[in-house]
Design a protein around this ligand. Structure first.
Ligand SMILES: [Zn+2]
Ligand SMILES: [Zn+2]
Length: 324
């Protein structure tokens, strides 16, 4: 499913199977989850996508061809392919363990073709074996919603009382991790979104409310997954002195002006950008121990536009997953 021009629906194309180059693998895609970032790519919110482009960066598939020099993963292994497709390895960020900020990165489904397809090519070093993950549909949302959620949680720090603004794919996975870790989850949804609120309750949230409401206690930290800048001052208001607000998205509407006192008392406002391979390895190691069960809605690959539309309209509960 190909994005030929910004803002246009994806178009089904038939192409010859791609051939992996040196250091690359090809996978037969079993499932690819749909992320809000895919909407930002399709809508042109992110600059300079490769065009034409196959979107999709939450890929689960079986390795079915190896490029020159690839020893692992082996043929037949199930792997996950995330957003970070390449990092240069030598810039100051790569050299200091922050390849998520690499000066010359490549991104799956943005600057390289992704997983809204029957087959996808990736660098072997940026694909992750998924041993112990039996269900490719359930594993797919872990590759971005899960990993980026995990990175956001690490940045949030030792927060015992954690607010999650926007209870979609990322938050509903992260809530399960938080409960397993013994944290209290305070879930903020679109006001009146009964389905999201019911899901938050079912996943053990201590408190559930609209994003315009204040929690009953001051929070230690909050993570914003909704791409809504107006939530930033609301979240700052909800965290205690010294608390941290983490913006987990790649794109957000403008943040409205707010009084300095909301930031004062050493509150911190930070953002998360991309992921490191370490984030993926760490998260994929704990995910089976948590026993994460993503709520998924499956669409056939040809219905990618419908899946994007349902994500855009907010009618989706959990994560959308495309299956070729
Ligand atoms: Zn994503
Ligand atoms: Zn780099």
């Amino acid at each position: 499913m190909v994005l030929q021009a910004i803002g246009q629906p994806l178009v089904m194309e038939t192409r010859p199977d791609s051939v992996p180059g040196p250091g690359q693998i090809r996978v037969r895609v079993e499932a690819c989850a749909v992320c809000r970032t895919d909407l930002h790519v399709v809508d042109g919110d992110l600059p300079d996508p490769r065009l034409p482009l196959v979107p999709g960066h939450e890929i689960v598939g079986i390795v079915d061809a190896l490029g020159a020099g690839v020893a692992s993963p082996a043929l037949g292994v199930r792997v996950g392919i995330p957003w970070l497709a390449h990092a240069c390895g030598h810039c100051p960020y790569c050299a200091s363990g922050r390849e998520n900020l690499c000066d010359e990165p490549a991104f799956t489904g943005y600057t390289r073709d992704g997983g809204f397809a029957t087959h996808a090519v990736a660098e072997a070093d940026f694909a992750f074996p998924l041993e112990g993950f039996e269900d490719p549909v359930a594993a797919a949302p872990l590759m971005c919603a899960g990993v980026i959620g995990w990175r956001s949680l690490v940045l949030a720090g030792e927060a015992a009382r954690l607010g999650l603004y926007g209870f979609g794919a990322a938050a509903h996975i992260l809530a399960q991790v938080c409960r397993w870790q013994g944290r209290e989850v305070y879930a903020f949804t679109r006001p009146g979104d009964e389905a999201a609120q019911a899901m938050a309750r079912s996943l053990g949230a201590t408190w559930v409310g609209g994003s315009d409401e204040m929690p009953p206690v001051a929070l230690d930290a909050a993570i914003l997954f909704a791409p809504v800048g107006a939530l930033v001052p609301l979240a700052l208001r909800a965290v205690r002195k010294g608390g941290r607000v983490v913006c987990g998205g790649i794109h957000m509407s403008d943040i409205p002006r707010f009084p300095y006192r909301l930031l004062w008392e050493e509150r911190q406002l930070v953002s998360v950008a991309n992921l490191t391979r370490r984030d993926a390895v760490d998260f994929l190691a704990i995910a089976p121990r948590v026993g994460i069960r993503p709520v998924t809605t499956v669409y056939p690959l040809a219905a990618a536009n419908e899946a994007l539309g349902d994500l855009r309209s907010g009618g989706l509960v959990g994560a959308a997953v495309l299956v070729p």
